[in-house]
Design a protein around this ligand. Structure first.
Ligand code: ZN
Length: 132
């Protein structure tokens, strides 16, 4: 298992993107998920990535988070070889998954979220390896 990314909800999108770009010296990859009301900028740091999450609609899960907390770490994502096996293992351990079957995330990776109460109120995402 490895840390794939940390997702950070940001209030001021252009300012945050510029700051992370300058600070990390890396060019982000942008993804528009406007059908779910948000957009993503991914900064690849080599060993892990930073995923900035900005709202594009005020009924998105990101805007709720920003309204409540003003932004900040939204979730962490752990990559596993076989997501289905890991999900089954997790359920046997009594951990609660929000997604009962994997959904398709960025880069066509299979992803699944745990209920935050499974990990001390930290939203944890599981992701499979990149699919071609
Ligand atoms: Zn994520």
């Amino acid at each position: 298992m490895r840390l794939d990314h940390v997702g950070i909800a940001v209030k001021d999108w252009p300012q945050a993107v510029d700051k992370w770009r300058e600070f990390t010296g890396t060019e982000p990859k942008f993804e528009d998920v406007s059908e779910q009301g948000f957009r993503v900028a991914v900064f690849d740091l080599g060993n892990a990535r930073i995923e900035l999450l900005g709202e594009t609609a005020d009924n998105s899960p990101i805007s709720g988070f920003i309204k409540k907390r003003g932004g900040g770490i939204h979730h962490i994502a752990l990559e596993v070889e076989n997501i289905e096996n890991k999900m089954k293992e997790a359920e046997e351990m009594g951990l609660e998954l929000i997604d009962k079957t994997p959904q398709t995330g960025l880069e066509n990776k299979k992803i699944a979220f745990f209920h935050p109460r499974s990990f001390d109120y930290t939203l944890v995402e599981l992701c499979g390896p990149k699919e071609d």
